[in-house]
Every structure is written in C-alpha cells, then in structure tokens.
Design a protein around this ligand. Structure first.
Ligand code: CP
Length: 314
C-alpha cells in the first residue's frame, strides 16, 4: 500500500521533506488534542500488527510507540532481542525476514548500530520506523521536539535553539539539526571539546564556545545527557561537579536567554548533572514531560501515515 508520506519508511529527518514533516506535525497536533479527550482511541490501524524490535534499552520510545499503536487500534508484538534466536547465531537480516514472513504490517526498531533500520528497510517490503539508531538519527524524537516547540512558540522559522551536552554521541541533536534547519531555525551547539561532532561543519549549526554564548536570547534550551553507554571505560574523566559547573543548566545561566525560553530534554535526565532539579521541574520553563506526551501523538501520526489505510476515518 502506498504511504501517505513521500517515502515508505521513517528512517531519519535528514531524508524527510518539509512537506512530510508538516504532514506528520499537523496530524500529530490532531492526535495530541484527541489524546486529552475522553475519546482517545480510534480504529485507523484496526487489524494491523506492529512489531516493536528494541535492541537497545528504552522507556519512553518503546512505551509510547506501543501506546500509539494501540490507540490507533493495532495490536503490538514486542520482540525480545535478549531471548531471541540471534543468541544462537541467527543473523540480523534473517531475523528481519523471519518477522516479515509472518505478514505483520510494520516494524519499529531501535538499534545500537548506526544504519541498522536503514539496512532493515532495504531488505523488507513493510514500513520500518526508526526508533533511534546508534548516534545517527532519532527522527520521532526530533518530530516530538518540533511539535512541542510549535505548541509554545507557534512556529519553527527563526527560533534560536541551543543544544548543549554530549552532541558527538547524540542522535537527538543530529535529527533536530536536520529538521530545524529545513524550517529556518538557528541551531546552536555547545559541547565539551571531546563531544563536538567530527562532522559539525556539515550540520549547518553555529558552534558556540560558552554557555552564555549558546543561551544568548535563546528561545529553546535543549540539554543532553552524557551517553555513557557509547563511551569506553575512562574515556570521559570530568567529575560530575565540574561537568555541572561548566556545562549544566540552572536558573542563573538561563538569565541571558529569551525570558520566555522553554527548557527541553529528550530524557532520561541525569538531574544535577546536565540540568538542576529545580529547573527540570520549573513549570515556567520546563516542557520536558510535555515532550513525552507529544511523543505518543507524533508516533500515532507516523504509524497512521505509514501503516494506515486512507479509507478509515480519523
Ligand atoms: N528519549 C528517548 O529516546 O528515551 P528512551 O531511551 O527512554 O526511549
């Protein structure tokens, strides 16, 4: 069945067109409203089976993809990599073909290896939705971030978006940079020297050299955690206290930003490291839990547009 998007899979924001992103955000806005109403569920994906394949840990993405699919009337199967026959030597590609051969309707995949969902999509005839691959892309995170920004700022064009922390290992930073650049936002990065991405010159972002510079007049401050799971033992030796002092966000540092600045974090947060407890829970600025709410709406929109049938009513 042809997808309502210009492509059959959701693999990253770099390869999504502005029209595709706008279509997802428009539909996600509808689902966000609906999710707060008494009539949350519909039958857009009735009769469909979605398989969640998470080869790496997740709380938000996995749960919200499952909630999203169920809200749309689909059934969800959770593949468990840790008890699968991959432990007996079955290859990744054979595993993917096994799942497709069961005539399921879509696959949601998180993988620690860059490009694994792209490889799966090339093998399979059913839609593959990337739920985060290595340090490459996390498209639904950037889409839910964009929806949250639009809800608070009304638009993306011209926004000054400060992204701070471990950018080198962050698929979230990359997907946000690709998406926000397509809509004319100004994306700024500030990171410890070790965490500045090697390909920063190709990302069309402004590299800043201090928290003050990155936050100056910022409309959005997005904090990232250190991705310890992608670092080898002893690779990053800064103490938590020093990191927090130099790269963490608090109310005092935020003073140079737009007074209406929103504070975002893809989470999981390391409170007291990249962000203070007080700021993470400050309703005047923090939209961190709203981001998680928008995650369900965005994933509903992506599943609907890629797996749904045009003949079913919204
Ligand atoms: N933001 C995010 O991807 O969170 P999880 O790792 O919990 O899915």
């Amino acid at each position: 069945m042809p997808s309502a998007l210009s492509q059959p899979d959701l693999l990253g924001t770099e390869c999504l067109s502005r029209d595709d992103i706008s279509a997802i955000l428009d539909l996600a806005g509808h689902y966000a409203q609906r999710n707060r109403s008494a009539q949350k569920s519909c039958d857009r994906l009735a009769g469909k089976i979605i398989v969640n394949m998470f080869f790496e840990d997740s709380t938000r993405t996995r749960t919200s993809f499952e909630v999203a699919a169920k809200r749309l009337g689909a059934q969800v199967v959770n593949f468990s990599a840790s008890i699968s026959s991959m432990n007996k030597g079955e290859t990744f590609s054979d595993t993917m073909r096994v799942i497709e051969s069961m005539q399921v309707d879509g696959i949601v995949m998180r993988h620690r290896t860059n490009g694994a969902p792209v490889e799966a999509a090339a093998l399979l005839d059913i839609p593959v939705l990337n739920a985060g691959d290595g340090s490459r892309e996390h498209p639904t995170q950037a889409l839910l971030d964009a929806l949250t920004m639009v809800r608070h700022k009304g638009h993306l064009g011209g926004l000054k978006v400060a992204i701070c922390g471990d950018i080198e290992h962050s698929r979230v930073a990359r997907s946000n940079a690709f998406l926000l650049n397509k809509f004319g936002a100004e994306v700024r990065f500030f990171a410890p020297p070790q965490f500045i991405p090697r390909d920063i010159s190709s990302l069309n972002v402004r590299q800043c050299s201090s928290m003050e510079e990155v936050l100056q007049d910022a409309d959005v401050a997005m904090m990232l955690r250190i991705q310890n799971e992608r670092l080898s033992e002893g690779e990053f030796s800064m103490t938590v206290e020093d990191y927090h002092e130099q790269y963490g966000l608090n109310h005092d540092k935020l003073r140079v930003a737009n007074p209406e600045v929103i504070v975002m974090h893809p989470a999981p947060m390391n409170r007291g490291v990249e962000i203070t407890n007080e700021l993470a829970d400050d309703p005047r600025h923090s939209v961190i839990f709203e981001q998680m709410e928008m995650g369900v709406a965005v994933r509903m929109a992506c599943l609907d547009l890629l797996v749904g049938s045009d003949s079913k009513e919204l």
